[in-house]
Design a protein. Sequence first.
Length: 231
Amino acid sequence: MTRASAGALITLLLWPWLALADFEPHQRILDTAQRFLQKQAQTSPGKAEIRLGTIDQRLRLARCDGALEAWMPPNSRLTGNTSVGVRCTGTQPWKLFVPAHITRTERVLVSHGYLPRGTVLTREHLTLAEREVGNSTQGYMKDYDQAIGQVLRQALQDGLLLTPNMLQRPKLIQRGEEVFILSHGGAFEVRMKGSALSDGAEGERIRVKNLNSSRIVEGTVSADGNVVIQM
């Protein structure tokens, strides 16, 4: 075999490697996206599991002679299905978007056992458990004090994620109940008897009929079950 033919054979054998050497390795792009998302996920509470999608094997991008940079495209997010942009800042710039899925979990409050509607929650009704929360559009709670004393609007099966819209404050005043109307003005306070025209929880505004004058007024339910009117 002549030297020329030997050289041609070596070139032929090395051609796939030489060709690929001119293109950016897909794995380097994926590694850039992974590191970026891991750093971004640290800004959100809980634990994040990141799964990157694939890059079409037919895609050939010029090998970047500068840095690879990643960024979050508009409307992307750090939970659920999302994407991350990767771009080359070298002499032959390019950019592409890598699909990803991020699962975020936290220790949150869930129901402990079956709980019927109307249950006034105590600590025994609740427990903390790891749950995926990234797709929860109705919120969640991580502190027992956020739920204890609240009343369930609906029945809950065991282990169900507790959300704020499932709860309501207990009614301190029932419609038709006799209550005290407290009128505050400066340094004085006037206390009158009234009849509640609706149910009321702490902080809610309800209408009350003054039993002395028959006048109907509106006030705020206090923690001790009175109706307070600011003068």
